[in-house]
Design a binder for this molecule. Structure first.
Ligand code: HEM
Length: 339
């Protein structure tokens, strides 16, 4: 088998496994390097191992696999047999009451747990791991939504004997700041630049970086690649967000402006190009609620605090099916002056 320029070497017996193993620590960036192959790449596993698969970050292929030929591309041969919670969840997610409950729960969590927790850290000059804090926030909100019980995970960071500031002062400070950002939440839909910044973040750092599919029948992808029945396909959302052919020359720059039209509105990008929330029949049902939650958190943090990354702290992805940070995100928070 010829090995095209830039792809891992296809060794006798071992196939491309050594290249994969050698890049395990930077798997996501490795799928970006494979852009040298165009937007689709055929990975040869060790002989007889049945570990051949196709990696693609071509929006046309994604559109085909996730939308037009959806029935042919399953999670795996057993997936349809497993109970599909989507039908059950669909009605619930469409309910205005449920959406309102999610927004209220997130707002309450930000107001009563997140802002006080960061206020304490600011007062004490502590370094906080913002990834950990936001994971706790999400866990709190999810538990409250699903079980009705608030596990209060954010307050666990509190060290009782280190509570050196005056409680009453904190309450007064909170009273002063809360109405300001809570008021802003009423117009969350209008926060165009923040929405654009969140889209740009999700383009470069999609929380679900890969989608795994399995072809039930033989097919040909729009890019011309033949797919045999039983072939596994990885769609790399992480790589798609970084492709020059998809996002232009400035694809590696963080530029929220790319999401804003000349008339100041959010620019529509088709879901098979902006794949953070998946596309087709399996599109994320919580997309709108996720934006509401992210805006609540961002508004609460931006209006109340200045956030500064700890110098020299390296942020890099961890090998996981969800995009986590290997070393967290260490930052210092300071109360904003005048709030
Ligand atoms: C930034 C936040 C979020 C991102 C990036 C995201 C992304 C995704 C992705 C990629 C899928 C498809 C998974 C697959 O089938 O391979 C998905 C499915 C789903 N998401 Fe989200 N999600 C987010 C937040 C949420 C929230 C807050 C909720 C609920 C309130 C939610 C509810 C769901 C549900 C119910 C599905 C299943 C859809 C199905 O299988 O048909 N998501 N999400």
């Amino acid at each position: 088998l010829n090995t095209p320029r830039g792809s891992p070497i296809n060794w006798p017996l071992l196939g491309m496994l050594p290249g994969l193993v050698g890049n395990f620590h930077r798997l996501l960036d490795w799928t970006v390097d494979l852009r040298l192959q165009g937007l689709t790449f055929f990975f040869k596993g060790p002989i007889l191992s049945k570990h051949d698969f196709i990696v693609t970050c071509d929006p046309a292929n994604a559109n085909h696999i996730l939308k037009s030929a959806f029935a042919n591309y399953q999670k795996g041969p057993d997936f349809p047999k497993i109970f599909d919670p989507r039908k059950a969840a669909h009605g619930l997610f469409a309910e205005a009451k449920f959406r309102g409950f999610v927004a209220e729960t997130s707002k309450g969590n930000a107001e009563r747990a997140l802002v006080p927790m960061l206020t304490r850290a600011a007062e004490l000059g502590e370094v906080v791991d913002l990834e950990d804090v936001l994971l706790r926030f999400t866990f709190n909100a999810s538990c409250k939504i699903v079980t009705g019980v608030d596990p209060n995970c954010l307050s666990e960071q509190e060290v009782p004997f280190a509570r050196v500031f005056d409680e009453a002062e904190e309450v007064l400070a909170l009273r002063r700041v809360t109405p300001m950002w809570c008021w802003k939440l009423m117009s969350l839909r209008g926060l165009v630049y923040l929405h654009a910044a969140l889209c740009e973040t999700l383009r470069l750092y999609p929380p679900v970086p890969f989608n795994h599919k399995w072809a039930a029948k033989a097919d040909v992808l729009p890019s011309g690649v033949s797919v045999e029945a039983g072939t596994r396909i990885l769609i790399s959302m992480y790589a798609m967000g970084r492709m020059e052919r998809v996002w232009g020359k400035d694809c590696e720059e963080f530029r929220p402006e790319r999401w804003i039209t000349e008339r100041g509105r959010i620019k529509y990008e088709p879901s098979h190009k902006f794949l953070a929330f998946n596309a087709g029949p399996r599109t994320c049902l919580g997309k709108d609620m996720a934006f509401t939650q992210m805006k609540i958190v961002a508004a609460a943090m931006i209006y109340n605090f200045e956030v500064e990354a700890v110098e020299g702290h390296v942020v890099e992805p961890k090998l996981s099916i969800i995009l986590h940070m290997k070393n967290g995100f260490l930052a210092k928070v300071r109360k904003r002056r005048g709030y």
